[in-house]
Design a protein around this ligand. Structure first.
Ligand SMILES: Cc1cc2nc3c(=O)[nH]c(=O)nc-3n(C[C@H](O)[C@H](O)[C@H](O)COP(=O)(O)O)c2cc1C
Length: 234
């Protein structure tokens, strides 16, 4: 405050000019911020398929936790399919999703972490919006007690939940429901991975706060599960 006062000119006329100038600078800075957020990359995911070559029984039998992956990325088609299985819209009339949700509240959000950044999944429109840029897998590795599969896997799906949405309706039962719900979504994603010839592991062991900070998760969301997915090595 003192610096502003010190910089402000003495006469009323030049003081008004000074105020207008500062307002113009503020507007310019604001519009820069707005443009910046518009510049976020949006990835319209390819349409997911609703049939596959592996039976549901086979995917259940074949699913195993895999913790070692080749350095080979996933295609947008594969990512599309995995996200659809976890949280995609399967009923256009009510926007119901692939996994059940208590009271159809849908408190879950999925972030896709890969080499080129972190992307937020938007089930409506089946698209990804850039959330952060850069490879954050090494930081996630530290936050998950050194579990190397998180750094090795080309893609990790981080499932968060908004507990406030649930508590409004279910009060003390909300946490129980959220845990059930994240399990439904994770299992769908893992079985879909098997059907695509991919492997995965559900990770629940990590520092919540560090993951939330690393991925810039909004304060009303809590990270619950990390699911690295890739091609099994060895
Ligand atoms: C809630 C939950 C949390 C888990 N957390 C981890 C984890 O942090 N790291 C890990 O390597 N595996 C984790 N797992 C995977 C289990 O270790 C694995 O499911 C178990 O060893 C049985 O093997 P399977 O998945 O191949 O059947 C977790 C599983 C569940 C259900």
């Amino acid at each position: 405050m003192r610096i502003i006062f010190f910089l402000a000119p003495a006469s009323t006329k030049s003081y008004n000019f000074y105020i207008v100038k500062r307002l113009l600078i503020a507007i310019a800075l604001f519009s820069l911020t707005v443009n910046f957020s518009f510049a976020q990359q949006v990835i319209n995911l390819p349409k997911p398929k609703s049939s596959g070559k592996v039976s549901i029984e086979e995917t259940i039998k074949m699913r195993r936790s895999v913790r070692s992956y080749y350095d080979k990325g996933l295609t947008d088609q594969q990512i599309s399919q995995l996200l659809w299985a976890a949280q995609g819209i399967t009923d256009d009339s009510f926007n119901f999703r692939a996994a059940p949700s208590a009271g159809a509240i849908f408190p879950l959000t999925i972030y896709v972490v890969r080499k080129d950044g972190v992307f937020k999944y938007n089930p409506l429109g089946h698209k990804l919006t850039e959330h952060l840029s850069g490879d954050l897998r090494p930081s996630m590795l530290r936050a998950s007690l050194g579990q190397t599969c998180i750094k090795e896997a080309p893609v990790s799906f981080v499932i968060t939940a908004n507990g406030y949405k649930m508590r409004e309706k279910y009060g003390g039962r909300s946490y129980r429901y959220i845990c059930m719900e994240v399990g439904h979504a994770a299992e769908n994603l893992q079985l879909q991975a098997i059907s695509l010839g991919l492997s995965s592991v559900p990770i629940g062991s990590f520092w919540d706060d560090v993951i939330a900070k690393t991925l810039n998760i909004p304060p009303d969301e809590e990270p619950l599960y990390i699911i690295p997915v890739g091609y099994q090595s060895s």
